[in-house]
Design a protein around this ligand. Sequence first.
Ligand SMILES: [Zn+2]
Length: 272
Amino acid sequence: MTEVDWTRLKAQELRVLAEQEAVVILPVASIEQHGPHLPVMTDTRLGHEVALRAARLAFARQPTVVAPVVWSGLSEHHMPFGGTLTVSHATFRALVADLITALVRQGFRKILISNSHGGNIIAMQQILDELSPDCPATLVATTYVSEAGARYGEILEDQPSVMHACEAETSMMMVCEPDLVDSSDLAALNTPMDGPKFLGAGEASYRWRPFAHVTANGVAGLPGKSTAEKGERLLQVGAEAVADLIADPETWVAPQDMRGDRLAGVAFRKDV
Ligand SMILES: [Zn+2]
């Protein structure tokens, strides 16, 4: 099997991958509480697993390598339950930006931030907004559960999509770390999300709240019908979605410039 784990490769092998215009997946995740039945590594473990599977699936179409997971994510909202190691937005931004710079200096020009934690989504997009205009690499950010989208809903029985420490995450952890899942009474942990709004107000407005605002046990969703068989299908579908994103040439095309040389008789500056 082709080795796609950055940490297991030798420097010269990574230099070859840079020459081959390989995609680098930089997974970003979290260490945070995942209810009484899952370990705090859940997002980090699942994000790494999906990234490795996606890289292997994509490799024949587009060489791909997976950098180590940035486990230090934005999890302030999970702090009330303990077990959570969060960092500030400034630290997260600086770390991700520095790692992108290190990849760019080695010649990599296709970088995919693959996120596995909801709390990182807005920051990840802000980082790309800020870095992309002056970055020689194409930067793309995805969250694998969103990239897989409706395909997850077809597999899950009790939930329309992935939530937190839920039917989906519990099922996937039954595949990745079966010894660390306490499945003694999963149905008792079921926590429907039909109570107060979490990060929202009105029709489409944002309002921050800690996770304890919507759940008593740290779970959001219905882990009661979790199975390893379901988890394997979810992991594979997530990996296929990310692999398709990687292998699609459209993902990496340079920005087009539709301006022409001049408009209303006045020339444009082409360096702006
Ligand atoms: Zn999670």
